[in-house]
Design a binder for this molecule. Sequence first.
Ligand SMILES: *Cc1c(COP(=O)(O)O)cnc(C)c1O
Length: 405
Amino acid sequence: MSVNNVPFLDLVAPHVELEEELVAVFRKAIRTAGFIGGPMVDGLERDFAEFCGTRHCVGVNSGTDALRFALMAAGVQEGDLVVTVPNTFIATTEAISQAGARPDFVDVDERTYTMDPVKLRAFLETQCVRGESSRNVVHLETGRPVTAIVPVHLYGQMADMDPLIELAEEFHLMIVEDACQAHGAEYFSAKEQRWRKAGSVGAAAAFSFYPGKNLGACGEGGAITTDDEQIARTCRMLREHGQSKKYFHDMEGYNGRLDSIQAGLLQVKLRHLSKWNGQRQQSAKVYDELLSAPGADPQLDPPFVPEWSRPVYHLYVVRVAAREAIQAALSAAGIATGIHYPVALHLSPAYAKLAYSRGSFPVAERAAEEVLSLPMFPGLGPEAQQRVVAELLAATAATVGAAAR
Ligand SMILES: *Cc1c(COP(=O)(O)O)cnc(C)c1O
């Protein structure tokens, strides 16, 4: 790899920087055989709850299981319908299905790519009817009760929560946040006149500690955050075979525990998360300025950040018309990029059973064709970013015409 190459992310440097502290965690685990549960898991749960501003945190083995357990513990039942967005990682909808519900979609906002409250209202008012019971919204086509929504805080930016909360209250829906990309992101609630952290707004929230996330384990991991004692308790049971104490099973659960070693490593890394998020925000500012500079392509907008949002830039995503050609040109110039995500989920073969087609969610579909994630990680550095943007502008200029829409 030439020195001028720009990787998409760098998972080596932060671990090498913390190597002694991380190795000490491993040493402690092997000397105490503290592999499952114990003080390292308790410590991470305490620290991460504090970081998110919630009363409880439950460590589990992945973000997917965090979302599944959160949905089940919040009260989603077999046969329910749970609404999310089409432009997310498939784990969002997998978790809904695994909780026994059927996933369904509403389209996203054109500029933030997060759940559009106007479209959610339209869905609830035109495709559902009010029933008699407290589980009182019924989806007309399937006859299923609509019981929860899963807004996805995509790319490190929170969804517009105030209007979603209002709808959830009006229609008696639970909110479970997919905060898997949003450790530390904040939302200004005009209603409450305060900034609120991702993971502290819904009935419960799911985080992923997959290595590439803003807070990543050295392996798999995830967590549920909630203020609700009962939800936290149920998640603790679900992650451990439904037991309230060893070999006393109130229900069937799962093997969904967070490894103690991963918890210990995460606890070390969590102490650096705010600094790392700050570095991502700084890099985002550099990209924003480079993309807005005189002479830059006026079609190439920096990501939109509403006044109510303090994003943590899990990803820095721009939109380009001739994406495949531009990505290839960047790759040839030694610049790695990503696409999050190339297929809107309703068009994925995995959800053929939902019988949607092209045109069902046009905003998400267009995004799937045009989004391009630029290199973004703590320690990226402005020189590398100048190269990225210079090559990006050269590539977009070269594809103009061929890419006329
Ligand atoms: C990463 C991610 C997940 C799943 O997390 P895992 O830890 O990989 O199971 C779920 N939703 C979103 C939006 C994600 O980015």
